[in-house]
Design a protein. Structure first.
Length: 291
């Protein structure tokens, strides 16, 4: 499995020799770009976009222009996520949804994007998930039509296994052979990625020959089903560093190591190189606290 170190520090692209996963949100306002020292992948920033605004505020055409700029200026872009729509209930239903314990983020919800007017009854989860899936598949098709030369990847979205299977069928009906794609993203797994349910979803699609990328897969997820993934990313190290102790020997001015490449690389090494049974251990960033 290839591990992409997630980072909010875009300049690391020109400083580190490991593959990075960088959000569009960290690149879109830059006037200049580093030259990548290793292959990297682009996160479209969809979770933040839907969380804060309940919809995408950028068109496929503008996103293509952005991605082309990053690919040409930075170089070594392996793939880019589409403008996909996450299917977590709290993303869909917003602030009125009961969030997991310790989860205090506020979500806008996608009622307006789904065409609901004030006073309209809320859709059930299954209907809302189908809308998000349709938007995800249609966006991928549009991106490939607009820029077949750019490395956009399809992303499977859903909440339960049957819904992921329905999303795969949408791609099939559109003429997309997911098993022939170099990478297929598996969405809406980040905050439940260590569960048996996600393990079953990963196993189902790996058995079909899909080369899966797991978004936001922390060490427990890597331990359980990392061998079934082609690649995964995580920046849980930064949250762990924010609430943990400063790494001995660091010389940066910050009191904590949430922006520290030395801390990030050490965390990456621990995730990739622990001995058998390491899934029983606890790693900084695996259990973030939300103040």
């Amino acid at each position: 499995m290839k591990f992409l170190l997630g980072t909010h520090m875009a300049h690391w692209l020109g400083e580190l020799d490991v593959s990075l996963f960088v959000s569009r949100n960290r690149l879109k306002d830059r006037k200049s770009f580093p030259q990548a020292r290793a292959p990297w992948a682009l996160d479209s920033g969809g979770f933040t976009e839907l969380k804060d605004h309940g919809r995408w505020r950028i068109t496929a055409t503008l996103y293509v222009a952005e991605v082309r700029r990053y690919a040409e200026a930075i170089g070594r872009l392996e793939w880019a996520a589409p403008l996909d729509w996450m299917c977590e209930p709290w993303v869909i239903f917003g602030k009125n949804w009961h969030l997991p314990l310790g989860h205090r983020d506020r979500f806008e919800g996608t009622r307006q994007a789904r065409g609901l007017q004030p006073g309209d009854p809320e859709q059930d989860l299954a209907a809302a998930v189908r809308f998000h899936q349709r938007q995800t598949v249609d966006n991928y098709l549009e991106l490939k039509r607009l820029a077949p030369d750019l490395p956009f990847i399809p992303v499977l979205q859903g909440w339960r296994l049957a819904e992921y299977e329905a999303c795969a069928l949408m791609y099939e009906q559109a003429g997309i052979d997911l098993a022939a794609e170099p990478v297929v993203g598996l969405g809406s797994v980040c905050r439940r990625q260590a569960t048996a349910e996600i393990g079953a979803i990963v196993t189902t699609f790996a058995d079909r020959g899909l080369r899966l990328h797991g978004f936001g897969v922390k060490s427990q997820g890597v331990a359980r089903y990392g061998h079934l993934l082609t690649s995964a990313d995580s920046m849980a190290w930064s949250t762990g560093a924010r609430y943990g102790k400063r790494l001995p020997g660091c010389t940066h001015r910050a009191a904590k190591c949430q922006n520290c490449p030395r801390y990030a690389l050490r965390w990456r090494s621990r995730v990739l190189h622990q001995p058998p049974g390491w899934e029983q251990l606890s790693f900084p960033g695996d259990h973030p606290h939300h103040p």
